[in-house]
Each structure stands twice: as structure tokens, then as C-alpha cells.
Design a protein around this ligand. Structure first.
Ligand SMILES: [Zn+2]
Length: 141
């Protein structure tokens, strides 16, 4: 199915293809210091495609910390963080925030805690290449 999501004000919107109807959507409550502070819960699927549309790029703040391998796309108008990207070998990978999804039933979400502490940068990037959305397009509307 086509899953739709967006930040609260609609500045950052996305469409995500997903197998299954209804789909089973893993929802990982990340335990890192940033996600703990804003309540980030992420999903991805290595067989899915993500199309992101940004209305006003001037109101997208890109935040990085720690290993600086992931970029959090924060809407600076409404404060929501709908998308995280990571560039590996010239390919853009992404996860999306399940709290930003629009047409998804809560019962489709498979919630679990996730901790990636202690991972080396190498194993972290390899995990993202396996698990994150590997087909990501971001355009300005
Ligand atoms: Zn917004």
C-alpha cells in the first residue's frame, strides 16, 4: 500500500510504498539521546521506496550529532522530525517517524525498543544498508 506521512504543518510530506494490506510496520523507539528527547519512533523497510516533498526548504533544519552519519530533517516551523537520511556510497537511505504517518492504523505497528549503543560506525552503516529504505527521493515542491 501507499503510506502517507507529513510533519504537523505539512512542510515536509512523504509517500512510502509498503508490502502487505494491511501492512506490518516495525516501530523502533530509539534509545539514543536525541530520540529520547523528542520521542522518535522509526520505521523502514529495505523493499520500500520513499518520496519526500518539501514545500519550503528554508524551514527544514538539518541536525546531526555523534557520529554525524545520520541527518535528522527537522521542520523548523512545527518542530516535527518526519525523516532521517544517511548517505552511504553515494546512495541515500532513510527511515521515517511512525508518529508522522497519516493513513496507518495503530494496530499495524509492531512496537519495540531499540538500542544501537556500542555499535562501530562500520557496523552501523552496514545495518542501515540492510534495513533502511534504499530508494529515497527528496524534491522541493
Ligand atoms: Zn512542519
Amino acid at each position: 500500500m501507499l503510506i502517507k506521512g507529513q510533519c504537523h504543518c505539512g512542510n515536509i510530506a512523504f509517500e512510502l510504498t509498503w508490502e502487505g494490506d494491511p501492512p506490518e510496520i516495525p516501530a523502533r523507539a530509539c534509545g539514543c539521546s536525541f530520540c529520547t528527547k523528542h520521542g522518535g519512533v522509526w520505521t523502514s523497510n529495505p523493499r520500500s521506496r520513499l518520496a519526500v516533498v518539501v514545500r519550503d526548504p528554508a524551514h527544514v533544519s538539518k541536525y546531526e550529532f555523534g557520529t554525524r552519519t545520520a541527518t535528522f530533517h527537522v521542520c523548523s516551523r512545527c518542530g516535527t522530525v518526519p525523516v532521517v537520511t544517511c548517505e552511504i556510497a553515494s546512495r541515500l537511505y532513510a527511515v521515517v517517524n511512525v508518529n508522522a504517518l497519516e493513513n496507518v492504523e495503530p494496530s499495524w505497528l509492531r512496537r519495540a525498543a531499540a538500542s544501537f549503543e556500542g555499535e562501530t560506525v562500520e557496523s552501523r552503516l552496514a545495518r542501515r544498508q540492510r534495513n533502511w529504505i534504499p530508494d529515497v527521493r527528496i524534491r522541493v515542491a
